[in-house]
Design a protein. Structure first.
Length: 359
C-alpha cells in the first residue's frame, strides 16, 4: 500500500472509531433516561394551567430530541386528590416534576404565602417584579433546600370572587356570605376577617352546594371561572385582584443534577417558554393587547375567548371593578391579616417583595 493511501486509510479509520465512540456514549446516555417522566398538576387539560403543562411536555420532547418524555397527570391523579402534597412527593422522587400552584406548596414553603397577602400585589407588573426579583430568588432557594429545583414561573392568575346574592363593593357586602375557599389557613383568615363564612370543600361538592343554595359563592381566577362555567351558578363577579395564584414548574433536585448539562438546558428553556405561553393565556384580555399579541405572534395561537369580562357579561353576569376608594376600604379591613401572617411568612421576604415592587 502506498504511503499516502495508508495515511488516508488511517485518517478514515480514526474518524470511524470516533464515530463509534460517540455513538456508544449517546446510547449509554439515552439508556440512562426513563421511558416516562411523571408530571403532576392540579387541574385538567382544558384549563390554561393544563394547557401550559401540555406545552411544556411537547417542548421538552422537541428540545431533547425525544430523549425526555414527560407525561402530565391531571387532576392530582398521582396524589389521589391530595393536591397539597405535590412538593413533598416531588422532593422525595416519587414524582419527577410538577406544574403546580404556590398555594399547594405554601404549607411546606412558608415564603410562598407572600402571594396570598390580601390586596398586596394587585397588578401583573408588581407580580412580575416579585417573581423575577429578589422575592422569586428567595423562594427558589427555599425550594432548593427542600429538594426541588424551580425552573420557571407560570400562573393561575389573580383570584376574583363570585356569588349568587349581591355585588361586592365594600367589606360589609361579604358579611354572612358562605364562600367556598382554598383549603389553606390564610384564605380562611382573610374571609373571616371580612365577615364571610369560609368553607373548604372539593369542587364537585361545591357545585352541588351552589345548586342547592347552601353555599353562596367562591373565589378563583378567570382561567378557572370560564372552564367551570361559573355563570351557571352565580350572577355576580367582582374583579378585585385581592391575591394571586402563581404556578411554578419544578423538578426533583437529585434527578435534575443527574441530567447532562445539555438536557438541563433544554428542559429549562422548555419550562420558560411554556410558562410565557401559559401566562399569556391567563392574562389575555386583562392586560390590554399585550398577552393577545404574545400568543398570536410568538405561538401562532388565537384565544377563543379573547375578552373574558365581555364573555362573562354575555352570560348574564354582573361584573364589578373596585374603585380606588373601595379598594382602600378592603386594604384597611384586612390589615390584621398582615399583623398575624407577615411574621409567619417571614419579615425578610416581605421586605424583599416590597422592595421589588417599589413600595
Amino acid at each position: 500500500m502506498k504511503k499516502e493511501n495508508f495515511g488516508v486509510f488511517r485518517f478514515l479509520f480514526v474518524i470511524f472509531l470516533s464515530f463509534i465512540f460517540l455513538f456508544s456514549i449517546s446510547l449509554k446516555a439515552e439508556a440512562g433516561f426513563k421511558k416516562e417522566y411523571k408530571l403532576t398538576l392540579n387541574v385538567g387539560p382544558t384549563f390554561y394551567w393544563g394547557m401550559g403543562a401540555i406545552k411544556f411536555a411537547e417542548l421538552v420532547k422537541q428540545k431533547t430530541n425525544g430523549q425526555i418524555n414527560i407525561k402530565p397527570y391531571f387532576g392530582s391523579q398521582l396524589l389521589k386528590g391530595s393536591q397539597m402534597n405535590s412538593l413533598q412527593m416531588v422532593s422525595r422522587g416519587i414524582i419527577d416534576c410538577a406544574y403546580e400552584s404556590t398555594i399547594n406548596s405554601s404549607p411546606v414553603i412558608k415564603e410562598m404565602n407572600i402571594f396570598s397577602l390580601p390586596f398586596f400585589i394587585n397588578t401583573f407588573e408588581n407580580l412580575d417584579k416579585m417573581e423575577y426579583g429578589e422575592t422569586g430568588k428567595a423562594i427558589f432557594k427555599a425550594m432548593d433546600k427542600k429538594g426541588v429545583v424551580g425552573l420557571a414561573w407560570a400562573e393561575n392568575g389573580f383570584r376574583q370572587v363570585t356569588n349568587s346574592k349581591r355585588a361586592i363593593h365594600k367589606p360589609s357586602d361579604l358579611k354572612g356570605l358562605r364562600l367556598r375557599v382554598c383549603p389553606t389557613p390564610i384564605f380562611v383568615d382573610i374571609y373571616k376577617q371580612l365577615g364571610a363564612d369560609p368553607i373548604n370543600m372539593n369542587w364537585g361538592d361545591a357545585v352541588t352546594a351552589f345548586q342547592q343554595g347552601t353555599v353562596d359563592g367562591q373565589e378563583n381566577p378567570v382561567g378557572v371561572l370560564i372552564p367551570v362555567q361559573i355563570y351557571q351558578y352565580h350572577k355576580y363577579v367582582t374583579f378585585w385582584n385581592y391575591l394571586v395564584d402563581p404556578v411554578i414548574i419544578y423538578w426533583n433536585k437529585k434527578e435534575w443534577v443527574s441530567f447532562p448539562e445539555n438536557i438541563r438546558k433544554a428542559i429549562k428553556e422548555a419550562a420558560v417558554e411554556s410558562a410565557r405561553y401559559e401566562k399569556a393565556l391567563c392574562r389575555c384580555g386583562l392586560d390590554g393587547e399585550k398577552s393577545f399579541n404574545i400568543l398570536k405572534k410568538e405561538f401562532n395561537y388565537t384565544m377563543k375567548i379573547p375578552d373574558p369580562v365581555k364573555f362573562l357579561k354575555s352570560k348574564g353576569m354582573e361584573v364589578t371593578f373596585l374603585t380606588d376608594k373601595e379598594l382602600k376600604s378592603f386594604i384597611k379591613a384586612t390589615k390584621p391579616i398582615y399583623d398575624k401572617w407577615v411574621p409567619k411568612i417571614g419579615k425578610e421576604i416581605y421586605k424583599k417583595a416590597k422592595a421589588d415592587m417599589g413600595k
